[in-house]
Structures are given as structure tokens and as C-alpha cells.
Design a protein around this ligand. Structure first.
Ligand code: ZN
Length: 407
């Protein structure tokens, strides 16, 4: 199976309605390698919203084995993400009172970055990671990691070696098709007072910043607090508390537990639901769809104007959202000469569909552009500080969303 179509809501079983098609898109993280055909596989990308619980989700489901077997996203290459995970580990240790007899399990543990921050604080750790290259890297650095997708049978086997006080799923819960099965599996791993900590991209922030490029085949579900609380209730669980954090353009940090848990703060959950309400629901979805088409028109016009003035545009960052933005806006190597990324595993590849080469940062000095389009716009401050010499040489940066603009 490479593609299936979702007829009912992943959260409540209700009926979703389509509101935005981003067209036929390549798999966003499947960068084209040298020697591979430029005619990459494309799959339609359609956003819909459940008319019962407002959960936003994708219609089409690409087989996860096609997306995650050899995964190139490694947050350890971003100093912003390293600091974020360090702060998360510190907060979780304090709030849950974790110590040397506690076990923390990270699902989608990547190269072990978050778990290394718990281990530094004297807590026992264990990872679950489906990408073989990343699981191997984590094991080599001393973070015990099982190479698997989490499901109830994997969870029962791991739980037989001892239950966890905390199960984390950061930037992974949105990737899951069977979200309720995943939640059940996480609670198989947890002891009676255990907490399931989820960090997901916040749909309210995605709408507020018009970050339509954050929607791609890997992200099947787009959470706001109210639909997330509903999913928990459907499973007999409680959304205990929720914070907004700044990663990935705005994310929710959700603390989920069994009823009666001491961390339950319903007033904070209600406050977050109220703050998000202008960005959740049918009119917000319609506004979002209209805005995405506006960004496409304006960015194309801006790049054409720069080219007509004799300028030359390069881009910074080859995250998944770069593939989505470039393909949705129908941009290619004539519009953007090359894309710089610090992750050496991505260099020497091409953005699929757009056919723009990915190169190392040294290219910027050797072949300087007049404008640098920040495709990794969530890390704009970090990138603009690192590339301050571009501005000193008379160049400028371009932010693509919510309104394409030169900064
Ligand atoms: Zn629903």
C-alpha cells in the first residue's frame, strides 16, 4: 500500500470536509539523490476539517515505511532545537519529580537528542525510533533504542522490562494515522501515575502565521487544544495541562494522564482553548486556504521583480516545508539558484519536484546571492545572525509567510 484515503475523522469518527488542496506534491523529506530520476512520485495533498470535533487532518495517507525508513531530519544540527530539548527535559524532571529510579521513553527518538538530556540529569532512558540510520546512531552513542514503530505489541514487550514515568512523543504524534491506538500503546508503557507528553505543531499557530508549508504527507493531523482534549476523553484519558512552546513556528506541549492525576489543571486547558478559538473552525480554515493562494501569488511576483532588477536569489534550509512551499508556488532553479543546508546528509541532494540543488554553507561566500529566501523561517533569527555578512555586503533576507517580504 502506498496511498490510502481517509473517510472518517481520526479523533472522533466524524465526517471531515476538504478545505485546501496543495496539489500533487512529492514526499517532502524524500530529497532526490544524484542518479535518481527527476520525475519523482507525487501524491495529492488535501487538508480537511472534522465537522464534529474541528480536528484538521490529511485525506491521503502515504505508507509510513516510504517516509521514515531513512530519515534525514536531525534536530541535533539546530542549536535552537538542542536548547529546546534541554529545557523540556529540565521542566519534565522538575514537574514529575523524576530521579535515578525513573524511566523515560521517547517515541520517535531520532538520534537520541532529547533522551541524552534526561540521561545527563541522572534518569534512565529508552528510545523507540523507526528510522534504521537514526536508531543505529543513537545506540552507538549509548542511548538504548529499539528500531520500531510504536504499537500495542511493541509497547507490551518493552513494558515487560519495566514501566515508565514519562513517555515523550515530540514532533511524532502528528505523523500517526491511528492516533487512538498510538495513545493506548503509550499508556501500556506508563505506570499508574505516568504522563504521556506530546509536542505537536499548533494548528492555531499554523493558521495565524499562514504556515501552509507546515502541511505535508508526514503530518497527518493538525492539533488544536479542543480536538486534542476530545481525543483524550474518547480514550478515557485527560488532557491534564497544555503549554504553548515556540518550536516549529508554534507548538503545543500537552501533558496527558489518567483521570485524577495530580497535575490536572483544567483551567489552563480552558484558557488555551479560548485563546485558540479565532483560529479553529470553518471560517478560519476558509481564511487559511485563501491566504495560502495569496502567498503563492505574492512570492512569485516578488522573486520575479528581484530577477528583473538583476538580483539573484538563493535559499536557506531544506526542511520538509521547503519542498512544500517551492512545489506549491511552482518555483524552480530559475527562481532560486541553490538551497543551503548545514546538515551534510542533505547536501548533494535536490529538492524533489523543484529540482533545486542543496549545498553547504560555504557556497554563500563563493557564489553570493543578493537575496536569501528563508525556507527554514522558524529559525529565521538564528540564520540571520549566522549569515549577518550577507546584509553587510548589501544583500537582504526574504521571509515567505505569512506575507512574502524582504527584511
Ligand atoms: Zn472529529
Amino acid at each position: 500500500m502506498t496511498l490510502s484515503w481517509r473517510a472518517s475523522c481520526r479523533g472522533c469518527g466524524g465526517a471531515p470536509e476538504d478545505f485546501l488542496s496543495l496539489g500533487e506534491q512529492p514526499l517532502a523529506n524524500r530529497l532526490r539523490k544524484a542518479g535518481e530520476s527527476v520525475d519523482v512520485a507525487r501524491y495529492s495533498l488535501t487538508l480537511c476539517r472534522c465537522t464534529s470535533c474541528d480536528l484538521v487532518q490529511l485525506r491521503e495517507v502515504v505508507d509510513p515505511a516510504m517516509m521514515f525508513a531513512d530519515y534525514l531530519y536531525v534536530p541535533s544540527t539546530s542549536s535552537t532545537m538542542v536548547a529546546h530539548f534541554d529545557a523540556l527535559a529540565g521542566e519534565a524532571v522538575t514537574r514529575l519529580g523524576l530521579g535515578s529510579d525513573s524511566l523515560v521513553i521517547d517515541v520517535g527518538s531520532n538520534d537520541g537528542l532529547l533522551l541524552s538530556r534526561f540521561r545527563e540529569r541522572g534518569v534512565r532512558v529508552s528510545g523507540i525510533e523507526p528510522a534504521e540510520n537514526l536508531a543505529a546512531r543513537a545506540n552507538a552513542s549509548g542511548i538504548p533504542t529499539t528500531c520500531a514503530f510504536l504499537d500495542v505489541s511493541v509497547a507490551r514487550e518493552l513494558a515487560s522490562q519495566g514501566k515508565a514515568s514519562l513517555v515523550c512523543a515530540t514532533n511524532v504524534f502528528a505523523h500517526v494515522d491511528d492516533i487512538r491506538g498510538f495513545m493506548r500503546a503509550a499508556f501500556e508503557l506508563l505506570d499508574d501515575h505516568g504522563v504521556f507528553l506530546v509536542e505537536v505543531q499548533s494548528w492555531a499557530d499554523t493558521v495565524a502565521t499562514l504556515a501552509f508549508d507546515m502541511t505535508y504527507h508526514e503530518h497527518l493531523t493538525y492539533y488544536a487544544t479542543s480536538p486534542l482534549a476530545r481525543v483524550c476523553r474518547e480514550e478515557g484519558l485527560v488532557l491534564l495541562d497544555v503549554d504553548r512552546v515556540t518550536t516549529h513556528g508554534g507548538s503545543l506541549r500537552a501533558w496527558i494522564g489518567r483521570p485524577g492525576h495530580r497535575l490536572n489543571r483544567p483551567e489552563r486547558v480552558a484558557e488555551r482553548v479560548a485563546l485558540e478559538s479565532p483560529f479553529v473552525g470553518p471560517s478560519a480554515s476558509a481564511r487559511f486556504a485563501k491566504g495560502a493562494h495569496g502567498v503563492r501569488d505574492q512570492l512569485r511576483a516578488l522573486l520575479a521583480a528581484i530577477r528583473n532588477d538583476g538580483g539573484r536569489v538563493a535559499a536557506y534550509g531544506a526542511p520538509a516545508k521547503a519542498t512544500v512551499l517551492l512545489n506549491f508556488c511552482d518555483l524552480g532553479p530559475t527562481d532560486v539558484a541553490y538551497v543551503v543546508d548545514r546538515n551534510e546528509a542533505k547536501q548533494g541532494h535536490w529538492i524533489p519536484g523543484a529540482e533545486i540543488p542543496i549545498v553547504g554553507p560555504s557556497r554563500l561566500a563563493a557564489d553570493p546571492p543578493t537575496h536569501l529566501l528563508l525556507l527554514a523561517w522558524n529559525l529565521a533569527d538564528e540564520i540571520m545572525a549566522e549569515q549577518a555578512s550577507l546584509r553587510r555586503a548589501g544583500g537582504a533576507f526574504i521571509l515567505p509567510v505569512p506575507v512574502p517580504r524582504i527584511v
